[in-house]
Write a protein that binds this ligand. Structure first.
Ligand SMILES: NC(=O)c1ccc[n+]([C@@H]2O[C@H](COP(=O)([O-])OP(=O)(O)OC[C@H]3O[C@@H](n4cnc5c(N)ncnc54)[C@H](OP(=O)(O)O)[C@@H]3O)[C@@H](O)[C@H]2O)c1
Length: 330
């Protein structure tokens, strides 16, 4: 597995990052462990999680994913680059969420405890908090870096103007700066190409993008007209509605129908082609891949070995051009 520097930092990460949000609800612990083992065998040493996971759960399940990952990391923590996030609700009070100094300090200690480690390599804000001044948030994150609890900081689901402003404030105030962003990006959602990716390229901000196969739609296994199959992302608890509204539309199914023959022509699955297309973008540091079963990882891992020819990339770009429009962050 090739490695790349995370933005302007000296930190080397594998070109595929493993996402964990299925662990603890959609996947039980043995399945989660099997996915982690398979990813590690495939050369992945960069793992992304969040204190809000598992996906599709609520306050009664929140934190389970980090707990499972923490148990698996015992005895091998130093072999992995570990990324987690804060922002989502972790308790019933309004102060148990968001990017305030109070919540960030509570959230990091809870994550370190569940992950059974004394440092996080990359600590990310899971979303933008309009109710907290960005200077307060950046000051709190800078303190975590100085305390040694956190090595690098990043953010997720920010609009470009929010990121630009945050980086400007960090520089003005002499605080730790975001070294990565975590936006949604795939053949069916390309909005970040217009502003976010050019900015990150110019400023040396790493990009670890999520949803590379659109939560499974870019596998070609789903069918329009049919109800989303039980047990998959599109029926998963309170995430079902979000994923159906993102991707379960005639326009997206039409595009998948047009993409499938291109994958066949290239001799790979549409999953491999879709992940390879994200990897082929020089502004992307590492797509975050996901799975609900270990065998699903084979096609994503294959993307790291697959050379996407320029001509095929151009055809994919043209076919999905309309998905560049809009400015929604997620
Ligand atoms: N920052 C954020 O807001 C945010 C949001 C989303 C994700 N993320 C991060 O990104 C990671 C990856 O996101 P993602 O899981 O949405 O990525 P994805 O690669 O777009 O979707 C993965 C899902 O697709 C299906 N799948 C995977 N391989 C398959 C195969 N070979 N054949 C058929 N179906 C396959 C599985 O779902 P089924 O088995 O259910 O069909 C799997 O869970 C997450 O774990 C998380 O770490 C972050």
């Amino acid at each position: 597995m090739d490695h790349a520097r995370l933005g302007r930092t000296g930190l080397q990460v594998s070109k595929l990052c493993l996402g964990t949000m299925t662990f603890g609800l959609q996947c039980d612990e043995p399945t989660s462990v099997a996915i982690l083992d398979r990813a590690a065998e495939g050369g992945i040493d960069f793992i992304d999680t969040s204190d809000a996971y598992p996906l599709g759960g609520d306050l009664t399940t929140q934190g389970r994913t980090e707990e499972i990952l923490g148990r698996w990391l015992q005895g091998r923590r130093d072999r992995f680059v570990l990324a987690t996030k804060c922002f989502g609700p972790t308790g019933p009070s309004p102060f148990d969420a968001g990017n305030s100094r109070r919540h960030i300090f509570d959230a990091i200690d809870a994550s370190l405890h569940r992950l059974q480690t004394d440092y996080i390599d990359l600590y990310q804000l899971h979303g933008f908090d309009p109710a907290t001044p960005i200077d307060e948030t950046l000051g709190a994150l800078d303190d975590l870096v100085r305390q040694g609890k956190v090595r690098y900081i990043g953010c997720s689901n920010f609009l470009t103007y929010q990121l630009v402003r945050a980086i400007g404030r960090s520089e003005t105030l002499g605080l730790a700066r975001f070294d990565s962003v975590q936006p949604r990006y795939n053949l069916l959602f390309r909005q970040i190409e217009r502003e976010m990716l050019p900015f990150c390229g110019e400023e040396g901000v790493g990009v670890i993008s999520y949803n590379p196969i659109a939560g499974g739609l870019l596998s070609g296994k789903h069918h329009r007209g049919a109800s989303p199959p039980e047990g998959t992302r599109f029926t998963l608890g309170n995430a079902a509605q979000m994923y159906q509204s993102r991707y379960w539309h005639d326009r997206e199914f039409d595009t998948v129908d047009q993409l499938l023959p291109l994958a066949k022509e290239a001799g790979v699955s549409l999953v491999t082609l879709s992940v390879a297309w994200v990897l082929a973008n020089k502004a992307i540091t590492a797509p975050i891949i996901g799975a609900s079963r270990p065998d699903q990882l084979a096609s994503s891992l294959e993307a790291a070995e697959f050379m996407l020819e320029d001509d095929l990339k151009r055809r994919l770009d043209e076919l999905t051009h309309e998905y560049r429009m809009g400015d929604a962050p997620r």
